[in-house]
Design a protein around this ligand. Sequence first.
Ligand code: PGA
Ligand code: ZN
Length: 421
Amino acid sequence: MIQRLTAREILDSRGRPTVEASCLLTSGAIGTASVPSGASTGTAEAMELRDGDASRYGGLGCLRAVGNVVGPIAQAICGRPFETQADLDAELIALDGTLNKARLGANAILAVSLAFARARAAERGLPLYRHLALELGVPVRTLPRLTINLFSGGKHAGGQVCIQDVLIVPTARTIDEGLATAFAVYQAAVALTRRKYAARALTADEGGLAPPFSTTEAMLEDAVEAITAAGLQPGRDVALAVDVASTHFYADGRYALDGQALDSQGMIRVLAEWCRRYPIVSLEDGLAEEDWEHWPWLRDALGPGVLVVGDDLLCTNTARVRRAAAAGAATGLLLKVNQVGSLTEAADAYRAAREAGWQVTVSARSGETEDSWLADLSVGWGGDQIKVGSITHSERLAKYNRLLAIEKETGLPVVAWPGRR
Ligand code: PGA
Ligand code: ZN
């Protein structure tokens, strides 16, 4: 039974307010969790409630969301028994009563949803990943593959190039080895940045390096060069993943890529060419969130060797996942729990993706906290990939360090790439 709910405003990795909640059960078990926040957001995301008071944090304060946790939410759920996460989340969703959580705020609701999960895990004496796996009804068998931000552009780096992330994907079967590989490539990329761009290793929102690349291809070229300079073989030891985040440079049917104005077919040709020339195994948001009709073309053009991942397109929304699966629009879900605002709804989207035979990449947001629940979720739900940013910045490291701890504790292997077993 939930005895008490508390909440507070804390600051995220961009120094913006976000919500942290604590849930005390009558057994004495307690759970605390905080929620992240995106910058390159999809229009179908659940609503983050912000104060809108321009004199405080430029309107980004979360005091109203905090007030909703300790006010109406606490009133509705304290003193009541909730057997499962789904029971609690259904109550929170009903209490909000809107389709996008605009009344209470997805940030308020998710903070409670997560804090309850932590408290229940503590009550059961289980690590969070085991509790989450039991709630979902899946076995804990593997750790996710690492996809680690190397270079950033787009909305996370002031738009010096339009695409958002070039990530490295170590093929190592342990987290430990994967991180050591990422370190080697990252250091090589720092040296390259200094040599080629006479730039210091300044980092973007997720810790990726962001020198002034002349073109998007230069960014991909430099990633391959860094892998090679680290003494590793591109494609064999380290592959690439790209988050094009193309919604954010798309307007009126055109993609504004490197000074061109490409139509959807032109964009697909460019993306397919990148996948031929560079060792790309995963391509996220290659097309814009509203360009539904061309996504199946993209999927066909890239073929089975490249995961076609939907982020803004899907917004961790079950109906959108089903629609995309029916249309043959993607082969992977980017799962961000705060896009939908509760663990249970994210689990539904996860199930819909699995029913479609898709892979799942569990993802952090560009605005993160030092909370590490995402690492537990990626293991508990059997995510194929995890995407939490670079190997710098402690809000990112909190997740990697938690994965290291889970690896030590379980000895589980990292999921193999399909076809690489
Ligand atoms: P966001 O970026 O958290 O700013 O939305 C992450 C992503 O696009 O995958
Ligand atoms: Zn994305």
